[in-house]
Design a protein around this ligand. Sequence first.
Ligand code: SAH
Length: 401
Amino acid sequence: MAELILHPGKERSLFKRHPWVFDTAVAHLAGHARRGDTVTLCAADGRPLAKAAFSPQSKIRARVWTFDVEMPIDHAFFKRRVAQAVARRAALPELRGQDGLRLIHAESDGLPGVIADQYHDEMSGDTVVVQLTSAGADKWRSAIVDGLVKATGCARVYERSDSEVRGLEGLEPTTGWLHGEASAGDIAIGEHGVKMVVDIVAGHKTGFYLDQRENRQMSRRLAENGRVLNCFCYTGGFSLQALAGGAASVLSIDSSQPALDRAAANLALNPSLDAKRAEWRCANVFDELRQLKAAGETFDLIVLDPPKFAPSAAHAERASRAYKDINLLGFRLLAPGGLLMTYSCSGGIGVELFQKIVAAAACDSGRTARIVRRLQGAADHPVDLAFPEGEYLKGLLVQVD
Ligand code: SAH
């Protein structure tokens, strides 16, 4: 097996069990390795430290599979890791019975570059959607899929490896069925008693934003009798929960007409919800919030769940301005005593920086505001303590005077 020898001192992050080795940390490759091959990571003095997947094109040159240098990296290794990830979810009572569940959360489940989300439909059973974003994950596709089928007994597995980050690893986009066949109808899941169709083929990511499941439940409790504004609504997750919670009205904004069409269709699937209270608007949130302000509108609960403005720390400055802008507009639209649920899913914006941005927005809006709750991704999106980068989703529930 080839060895990737590090520069002196560059082994320190591995001692802290961080799973990434950057190109700048690597002195040289001893032996031959192709994209995705397993290599042994060695300190400058030759000491073996870990086994990792080699990615010659990526700035993240290697991602650790195991710190046990005796452990074989083979089919059985991946089946075990997948089974462990599935078992971790099964062991958390709060995750039992969820129709939509993240089964594998990449680095935080010891499987860098592997995402797997499970959708349970009453009619068609379980569909698992996998996304493989690293060279190592791509190489071990069949072992990972075998592991998923074995651990879950799912009827089908669909691959959605069309995320842009694959390009950084020199991988082409790839999508399609890996196990079983397309179910005849739409995949519909229940979330806190609300029915939602998940478009695993054409939707965002694996079809649905499972990371916001617990926050959507919270929005339901906060919406009662209020005028709700849901910005970046996608297929209406927060909007439908707010309606279920008894919101007086819910105005939802997204720039994607297909997402809004799906949202309206999702509402129609839930006859117990009062469709007359919902309005879907196709617009750019940055413009629409200014229009709403000019029209003198106010809201009791505003949700701001924008897309990733800063994929990495390098984009943080421009992204900070965008976050500040929408939060400032949000504060201006809140009625006295109103609540703002505001999020960032940017890996490049940390929890502290995000709070500073929201504080600056409140200050500029002239509102006094207090943090009522800190918000994060759902429990099936755990964060390995050795890998703080796994905490990409952060949010604040803020109340204004
Ligand atoms: N809150 C949603 C997920 C939001 S994903 C849920 O719980 O399911 C982000 C959404 O923002 C996407 O649907 C995307 O179409 C939309 N979007 C991106 N930029 C936008 C903009 N400038 N104005 C309005 N919508 C935007």
